[in-house]
Design a protein around this ligand. Structure first.
Ligand SMILES: Cc1ncc(COP(=O)(O)O)c(C=O)c1O
Length: 375
């Protein structure tokens, strides 16, 4: 049997990984400035992560959500402590798309409405409502047309107001920094306006923090820069450092009912132990500070390269914009300089999403490689 061929693959076969490095079968060492799509938050094979997961596996790896799992409460308490998002309840699931699907489902239950407002260039995942809210026609099927979504530009207050006034909207879903879409950010003034109009109109504001959450931008969640309180916050990626786990924080104002949401695998014991190890490491190693400091160092250092037109993003969620397509540059970085970076729907943008504990020397390595390729 062949594999269903949906991924254009680079010909690299990893055998093991440690910290910021991935090694292939021949022992070639690659610097991982992509974190497997912003997933590796505390570094590959972190000792505490291995210890927590191994200990948990020796006790109980899984049982379903029909008996008590005390670890879920521990995850909730730790997220509150580190994020300072106190007025929320936690529901755990397994992926980012599932987190957004659940967020949209709760919004629709809560308002009794079904229309969604999303933003141009958005990416929210591959399940039905999440994909319908994603602004990329090439990955949608007719099935996704059954969901009513309006796409707006960031900072377009007028059309936002017009749409919300129609009184059929259940949710506005927003990435405070777009990931796949290429690191675009709305203005604080717009985000505050959005939060305010949602509150006044009983529309659920969903912050998609799947990629930007868990300390990646230097704040626990990227929306916190704007001083707002969304009704629902979706999370995944860095939350499990590679273990498939996601979750939604749901405002205490929204009441839960038995059966409203559900999952077989979500929030299982092993998943919780991965999240606990991640949160402990973020705290022990002050990784939010490191994201902020190293993000600033990155911007300062890389701006010395003349052909970089623009550096977008914050913390360790960054994009380098050029006036040419980066496909060939990415290939050179991987195969010649042994550095993983990412692309985006903006073909001129190189995405940088390293583990949150990278050091200056790793940024210097990218700088040296770019110097060689671009001078
Ligand atoms: C902002 C955002 N939301 C949702 C998703 C979907 O997450 P997953 O691939 O875990 O379903 C992604 C994945 O890239 C993402 O970047």
């Amino acid at each position: 049997m062949n594999l269903f061929n949906v991924y254009p693959l680079y010909q690299i076969i990893p055998s093991h990984a440690k910290g910021c490095y991935v090694y292939d079968k021949d022992g070639t060492k690659f610097l991982d400035l992509y974190g497997g799509h912003a997933v590796i938050s505390i570094g590959h094979s972190h000792p505490l992560y291995i210890k927590e997961l191994s200990n948990q596996l020796n006790k109980i790896g899984f049982y379903s959500n029909y008996i008590i799992n005390e670890l879920q409460q521990k995850v909730a308490d730790e997220i509150i402590k580190q994020s300072n998002c106190v007025d929320y309840n936690l529901f755990m699931c397994s992926t980012g798309a599932e987190a957004n699907e659940n967020a949209l489902q709760v919004a629709s239950f809560n308002t009794g409405k079904s229309k969604i407002i999303a933003f141009k260039n958005s990416f929210h995942g591959r399940s039905n409502a999440a994909l319908a809210s994603t602004d990329n026609l090439s990955i949608k099927s007719k099935l996704n047309n059954s969901i009513n979504v309006t796409f707006l530009n960031f900072n377009d207050k007028e059309n936002l107001k017009k749409e919300i006034c129609k009184k059929d909207v259940c949710a506005v879903i927003i990435e405070s920094i777009q990931g796949v879409g290429g690191l675009n950010e709305p203005d604080t003034d717009f985000v505050k306006f959005l939060a305010d109009i949602c509150k006044k109109s009983n529309v659920c504001l969903i912050a998609d923090e799947v990629q930007s959450g868990f300390g990646r931008t230097g704040d626990f969640f990227a929306f916190q820069k704007h001083g707002i309180e969304p009704d629902i916050i979706s999370m995944a990626k860095g939350m499990g450092n590679g273990f498939p786990v996601g979750g939604v924080l749901i405002s205490k104002k929204i009441n839960a009912q038995f059966g409203m949401l559900g999952t077989t695998f979500g929030g299982n014991h092993l998943a919780c132990s991965a999240v606990i190890a991640v949160l402990q490491t973020i705290e022990n190693e002050q990784l939010m500070n490191n994201s902020k400091e190293l993000g600033n160092y990155f911007i300062k250092k890389i701006s010395n390269i003349k052909s970089v037109m623009n550096i977008k993003g914050r913390g360790l969620m960054l994009g380098l914009e050029f006036d040419f397509e980066v496909k060939e540059l990415r290939k050179k970085l991987i195969f010649k300089h042994k550095i993983f970076t990412g692309g985006s729907s903006n073909k001129n943008l190189l995405r940088i999403l390293p583990p949150l504990n990278i050091k200056k020397k790793h940024i210097d390595m990218l700088y040296d490689a770019l110097k060689i390729e671009l001078s």
